[in-house]
Write a new protein. Sequence first.
Lengths: 306, 176
Amino acid sequence: MPLGTLDRDPPPFFRQGPSALSKLAVCSALALLLMVADARFKVMQPLRVVLATVLYPAQWLALRPVLAYQEVSQYFSSLSSIKAAQDEVIKKHILQSQRANQVEQLSLENERLRKLLGLRERVHAKALAAQVIYDAADPYSRKIVIDKGMADKVGLGSPVLDESGVLGQVTRVYPLVSEVTLITDRDQAIPVLNTRTGARGVAYGDASLHADAMELRFMAANADVAAGDLLTTSGVDGVYPPGLPVARVEKVERRVDAVFARIYCVPLSLVSGTGHVMVLEPMLSQVSPRPEPIAPTITSRKGGSK
Amino acid sequence: MIMRPGQQLLLPANPFFIWGSLIAAMLLNMLQNMGFWGRAGWVPDLLAVVLVFWTVHQPMRISIGGAFVFGLLMDVHQGGLLGQNALAYTVLSFFAITMHRRLLWFSVPSQAAQVFPLFAAAHAVELALRMATGGSFPGWLMLLAPVVEAALWPVASIILLAPQLRAPNPDANRPL
């Protein structure tokens, strides 16, 4: 009898597959690999899109009771509260209409003056209205999910606004929804302009110290920043259109031993409770591409000596 | 298998019910996030409870591979780091398998006390991963999450074992 014809498999009763320890090793290695590929190399978006598409019916189903509850509570909300809300809107509308009536004239004037000066016309971003479906469940970041995705041609990196200011930026696009990172997320930075002084800076999200606040970093300890200053987008980043309100300075701490002042800001948009948002197209698609950087003529001499 | 003194003889578990309960737990997790509490840190992870429950009761059917896949799905839903829940559920499922022969000899409240360290370990794994990759700390209330999950263990034992406690055709001479 030749070797190798004996059945070496264990009898079916003992056949239990690989041991738990080996399964643990394989699965944790796979999970670590996924995490590195996701956090370090950012190559896991296709897998995410596939899984999100698989998961979408479940999310749709889980959202039904929420929507039903909202509908019922809206139906039974009292007439008076709706009337109060309407009065509020009318009051706001009247306040705004005065300024809005001047816009036509001012924009015409602005256009003529710009032509006179030979400046570029201001770029106008295309806008898309969207609705916030829910807060993303991850408690370690500040993200929301909106109901427009690849199907509505939402671009990666698009700025997102609500009625009172900048809310955040689209950081992941799925077929039917997209994820917006709020400006209060720790990793989110936004270039801003102090409207009182005209000084530019960068504001970062600061979810650790305050609840949903921001911090204006890298301003010198003697910089002219005061509590109450309005920060708007500066438009130098090629993402956000200039002049959108972002935050208001709440507190300035100047320490003797520190080079930079600590400047706490409060975002103007309703980062934790907005319902409807507007997604703008990133400015980069409209401005002309940057010129190629001129290659440095002086090469570094590090280790290059003959 | 040795029968424990006073152990009730159970019907075989229906695989459709097992997978259905896991999917239902996932839907409830989503509902908690979308409808009630948003991204609060203390929200109990019902899917983790059901996963540990079935890994302890039916280790031949639900094991580490299934836990890994459900973890990936939760990761995509949460929008955090891809693989953090997968790793946490893998660890959870492994420890559940190592203790599944011992655990069922205890009464249900003492089982809950013994699975508490498992849930705490799973949350600790997630916290360590996210702190290492630069997430913001979700607040001290997140320490409540494993406590609530352990407190839900008796509830899970009642609900998830209910279909196996019925007799197929009971009669007076042969009660199950």
